[in-house]
Design a protein around this ligand. Structure first.
Ligand SMILES: *Cc1c(COP(=O)(O)O)cnc(C)c1O
Length: 407
């Protein structure tokens, strides 16, 4: 029998963020602010935000708490005209795909696109065509134009939509969203900018990018609980994506003219809505310090690469904190003969209170240093060097220290 306190039954108390340095690729920028935690408790009851719901009886129009104001501000924050809170980035893709894509229509996206983009197009009856990245694993405007031409030649029609991840989930590489925005304009094809890894951590200006839609993920990058997200668009597209219901009941004659079809009336209710709003002031501040986050990941990798055999798979220098590394020629060699196999590295990190790398991985794996302090970065760096020393993997840190002493 366990003597540990439980929330209820077998539900453990989660202490990962309190007790460990977490470098889990998808978790770090979704960590809640203290304000969001307070909001979760205060607005936890089901339909809590409906206390002051008045005509036209729609979530984004509620004035108390100021949900309507948040919607206006978030649109402005992203350089767009209209925004809606949605239950996750995927629901943003879905609303756009449902609106623009009909059966058999083509949507072009990157070959590094997220699976939820595939599924949103599939659910709408569309067909995905992938744009290949160049030799540096970057999707460019030219490659996008080529793919559009190819689709046109094969189907006789232009794609209905272009969906591009600014930073992809796999390598965290930056793709040419500005170039692609221009191509989208030239072909007059709507462009959905996927900001799952950008909205909430770095400045995003939809006008500058030339995006027709901006999608963000609350639980990925906006210090918000799951599910939460943002769909923002221009005045022109808002009329279509946020079109209102025109259905009339045949018996009752009832109509729901204020309700938006793709949003199914109201979207992100209760605690999740208010938590997102509660994190917003901190988000506005933190996007100004993205350059510091980039300095930290580049510093960490510079040290990490001192370990012989370590490589970085993502583009260098890093422009994002999400990074894929390759330790086949270093830690994986140890794993081959270690009695704990690949788990030895996770074990060694956990002993040092570091968690979040894919459990048991020693070949290629991802990490994300977003939100770590400089002290924590320094500690993380030393931990890897220590592990390398323990298993006799050579590194050049000793040389660096020697050099610094001489200076
Ligand atoms: C995480 C992620 C998504 C999905 O976001 P949700 O908010 O969980 O729906 C979509 N695209 C990319 C690139 C992602 O990394």
């Amino acid at each position: 029998m366990s003597i540990e306190a439980k929330i209820a039954g077998d539900i453990e108390v989660r202490t990962r963020e309190e007790l460990f340095i977490n470098i889990q690729p998808i978790q770090v920028a979704g960590r809640l602010t203290p304000e969001a935690m307070k909001a979760l408790i205060a607005y936890g009851d089901g339909y809590s935000v409906c206390d002051w719901c008045r005509k036209p009886f729609r979530l984004d129009c509620i004035k108390k708490p100021p949900i309507d104001k948040f919607h206006k501000e978030i649109a402005e924050f992203l350089g767009m005209d209209v925004a809606r809170a949605v239950p996750g980035a995927r629901r943003g893709f879905q609303a756009v795909a449902n609106t623009l894509v009909e059966k058999g229509d083509t949507v072009v996206m990157s070959s590094l696109a997220h699976y939820t983009e595939f599924l949103a197009v599939e659910a709408a009856g569309g067909i995905v065509k992938e744009i290949p990245p160049n030799e540096k694993n970057i999707v460019t405007g030219e490659a996008t134009a080529e793919k559009i031409e190819k689709v046109k030649a094969e189907t006789g029609k232009l794609p209905k939509l272009i969906m591009i991840d600014h930073f992809d989930y796999s390598l965290g590489n930056e793709h040419d969203v500005y170039g692609i925005g221009k191509v989208a304009k030239e072909y007059d094809i709507p462009f959905l900018y996927n900001g799952a890894y950008t909205v909430g951590v770095m400045p995003v200006d939809g006008k500058k990018i030339g995006a027709d839609f901006i999608v963000g993920s609350g639980h990925k990058s906006f210090a918000s609980p799951a599910p939460s997200g943002i769909l923002a668009t221009t005045k022109e597209w808002a009329e279509r994506v946020f079109r209102k219901s025109s259905m009339k009941g045949d018996l009752t004659g009832r109509v729901f003219e204020a309700k938006e079809v793709e949003m199914l009336g109201c979207t992100l209710m209760g605690a999740n809505m208010i938590a997102m709003m509660a994190s917003f002031p901190a988000i506005k501040e933190r996007v100004k310090h993205w350059d510091e986050e980039i300095k930290k990941i580049n510093y960490f990798l510079e040290e990490f690469l001192r370990i012989e055999g370590n490589k970085v798979v993502s583009e260098m220098p890093r422009k994002h904190t999400l990074t894929k590394v390759d330790t086949i020629e270093s830690f994986h060699k140890i794993a081959k003969t270690h009695k704990r196999k690949g788990w030895f590295l996770s074990d060694e990190l956990k002993k040092r209170k570091i968690v979040g790398m894919f459990f048991g991985a020693t070949k290629t794996w991802k990490l994300n240093t977003y939100g770590l302090t400089w002290n924590q970065i320094e500690y993380l760096t030393k931990a890897f060097i220590e592990i390398a020393e323990k298993y006799n993997i050579p590194h050049t840190l000793a040389k660096k220290v020697e050099k610094e002493r001489k200076l």
